[in-house]
Design a protein around this ligand. Structure first.
Ligand code: F6R
Length: 243
């Protein structure tokens, strides 16, 4: 088993500061890097700080390409709850990235299977992801890879777990509006990235944190596979760690 580097921080704010600095250093070292991105509540503060830094210090994303982990099936990119919309609003619109180099699976495509294959091929064509940012679900999901997903899975279509729909209902008018399916990078796609930065914050992630660190590596807890990745950094706050 590989050693996972764990950076302990006090709270969400410090996690966001550390994570953004981590990303800024990587972008400066490799201005043409391929960045894997996540949505959800966890990285919001990180994106905010990246924008502040871009404004204040001029860190450039001109040569950077990005691939997002996932998108809801059935939502077009201009739907307010789509992950494309989330990324544009919370990050891309505020930095100097070329939008055509920002990839999010297309949720409203007529052929979602073909979209999965094309997305996987696209990642390979740019040489793979250099640094993948991840959050984690309370049930150990990464991307939308729910418990039981094969560790060998490439980008694929998933049925969302009820717990995931409930957790994400806060962004929709009600739970019935949360789509039932999503396109997600698979576990194998995520594991191909050269480096991974996992962010964990809050008491509601404590059980997931504990299982990630102490539990078995098994498909019923998808994030556990990260312990087999050669280059993972976790930034976790005290509430998640349980201190
Ligand atoms: C988001 C994603 C998910 C989230 C996870 C945690 O693109 O792939 O795996 O990272 O559901 O979500 P939050 O951060 O909202 O707790």
């Amino acid at each position: 088993m590989n050693k996972v580097n764990i950076i302990k921080v006090n709270d969400y704010q410090e996690m966001s500061e550390k994570a953004s600095q981590y990303i800024i250093d990587k972008v400066k070292a490799n201005p043409k890097m391929v960045l894997g991105l996540a949505t959800g509540g966890t990285p919001e503060g990180t994106y905010k700080r990246l924008i502040e830094d871009h404004d204040q210090n001029g860190t450039s994303y001109d040569g950077v390409a990005t691939f997002n982990l996932d998108e809801y099936v059935g939502l077009s990119g201009d739907h307010p709850q789509s992950y494309r919309h989330y990324m544009n609003e919370r990050f891309f619109n505020h930095i100097d990235i070329n939008k055509e180099n920002t990839y999010v699976p297309r949720g409203n495509t007529v052929d979602a299977e073909a979209e999965c294959e094309a997305y996987e091929a696209l990642m390979a064509s740019v040489g793979g992801i250099d640094l993948q940012i991840l959050g984690i679900g309370g049930n150990g999901h990464i991307g939308f890879n729910e418990p039981g997903t094969s560790f060998q899975s490439p980008t694929h279509i998933v049925d969302l777990a009820q717990s995931t729909k409930e957790a994400n209902a806060r962004y929709f008018a009600n739970i019935d509006e949360v789509p039932n399916q999503a396109i997600t990078m698979g576990i194998a796609s995520i594991m191909k990235s050269r480096e991974i930065l996992l962010l964990i914050s809050g008491e509601n992630k404590h059980e997931a944190y504990k299982q990630l660190i102490e539990g078995e590596i098994q498909e019923n807890f998808p994030a556990s596979i990260l312990r087999n990745h050669p280059y993972v950094t976790i930034i976790a706050d005290k509430a998640a760690i349980g201190e």
